[in-house]
Design a protein around this ligand. Structure first.
Ligand SMILES: NC(=O)c1ccc[n+]([C@@H]2O[C@H](COP(=O)([O-])OP(=O)(O)OC[C@H]3O[C@@H](n4cnc5c(N)ncnc54)[C@H](OP(=O)(O)O)[C@@H]3O)[C@@H](O)[C@H]2O)c1
Length: 255
C-alpha cells in the first residue's frame, strides 16, 4: 500500500497539502492525516477522493507516537511522501513569553518533526519524498520571534543535511521556506499583540506556497522558496552581514 502522510493536516498549509496531493497522486492508495483536531480533518477529508486515514495525534505525546509506530508496523505501507507541517510560532520578547509555549515550539517544530522523520524513513523507498516546513525565519535570527526562528533554522539545516545523506537511497528532502502565509498560524503567533511588520507587504496564499513546494519536491530541489520578495530576502541574508540586516529590521519594526 502506497501512502502519503501529512502532519498538521487540520489547518492552513497542511490542509492545502492534503487537497493538492489528493488531486495529483493517482498511484497513492491512502492519505494519512495527522493533527489533534479530528473534526477539522474529517471535514477536509469529505472533499478528497482518496481514502483517508484520520489519526488524531498530539505529536508531542509519546503514547500517540507509539500508537502510530504500531500502526505502521502492522500495515507496513510504503510512504511515498512525508509532509511535516505541524508547527507553531509565538511572537514577542523572549523574557515576556511563557517558558512553556517557547519550549513547546522546540517540541513540536524540532523534536516531533525529527521523530516523525525517523519513524517514517524505514517505510520509504526509492523516489520517496520528504517535505519539511521550515520558514524564511530560518535564514537569519529574528528578535522577538527568537525561539521560533531558531527552531526553523534547525529544520532547515537538518533537512538539507538529511537530503544529502539520503541521496544514495534516492529519497529526496525539500526544506520549504515561505515568508508570511495567510493561515490561522497568526492567530497563535500574534496572540500577545505583537504584529509581524513585513506581513502586509509579503503575505501570500497557502495554495501557491504548497503548489510550489510540491513542484520543487518533484524536481528534487533541496530548498523551496515561494515569491520574488522572499527569494530576494534569502539572497540578501547570504550576501549582507546579519548584524546589518538586524539593524535595518530593527528600524522597520520600530513602532
Ligand atoms: N503561516 C505562515 O506564515 C508560515 C510561514 C512559514 C512557515 N510556516 C510553517 O508552516 C507550518 C504550517 O503552518 P500553517 O501556517 O499551516 O499554520 P496553522 O494553520 O496554524 O497549522 C498548524 C498545524 O499544526 C498542527 N499542530 C500544532 N501543534 C500540534 C501538535 N502538538 N500535535 C499535532 N499537530 C499539531 C495543527 O493541528 P491541531 O491544532 O489540530 O493539532 C495545525 O494543523 C508550520 O510548521 C509553520 O511554522 C508558516
Amino acid at each position: 500500500m502506497n501512502i502519503i502522510l501529512i502532519t498538521g493536516a487540520s489547518s492552513g498549509m497542511g490542509v492545502e497539502f492534503a487537497l493538492q496531493t489528493d488531486n495529483i497522486f493517482d498511484r497513492v492508495d491512502e492519505i494519512w492525516m495527522i493533527a489533534r483536531r479530528k473534526e477539522a480533518m474529517l471535514e477536509v477529508a469529505q472533499h478528497m477522493d482518496h481514502t483517508t486515514r484520520i489519526l488524531d495525534m498530539d505529536v508531542t505525546n509519546d503514547a500517540h507516537f507509539e500508537r502510530l509506530a504500531n500502526l505502521l508496523a502492522e500495515e507496513k505501507p510504503t510512504i511515498r511522501m512525508l509532509i511535516n507541517c505541524a508547527g507553531y510560532g509565538v511572537m514577542g520578547k523572549f523574557t515576556k513569553l511563557q517558558a512553556k509555549e517557547q519550549l513547546g515550539m522546540i517540541d513540536v517544530n524540532c523534536r516531533a518533526l525529527t521523530r516523525m522523520t525517523y519513524l517514517c524513513l524505514p517505510y520509504m523507498r526509492k523516489n520517496s519524498r520528504i517535505i519539511q516546513l521550515a520558514s524564511s525565519a530560518a535564514f537569519m535570527p529574528q528578535p522577538e520571534f527568537a525561539v521560533y526562528a531558531a527552531t526553523k533554522a534547525y529544520v532547515h539545516s537538518f533537512s538539507r543535511a538529511l537530503n544529502r545523506e539520503l541521496r544514495p537511497k534516492r529519497i529526496y528532502v525539500t526544506s520549504v521556506c515561505p515568508g508570511p502565509v495567510d493561515t490561522p498560524f497568526f492567530d497563535i503567533a500574534e496572540k500577545d499583540g505583537k504584529i509581524l511588520a513585513v506581513k502586509k507587504l509579503t503575505m501570500t496564499r497557502a495554495d501557491k506556497v504548497v503548489a510550489q513546494a510540491l513542484a520543487d519536491s518533484y524536481h528534487k530541489k533541496e530548498v523551496s522558496v515561494y515569491s520574488g520578495f522572499i527569494k530576494a530576502f534569502h539572497i540578501m541574508t547570504k550576501l549582507i552581514p546579519h548584524r546589518v540586516l538586524l539593524m535595518i529590521l530593527g528600524c522597520i519594526q520600530k513602532p
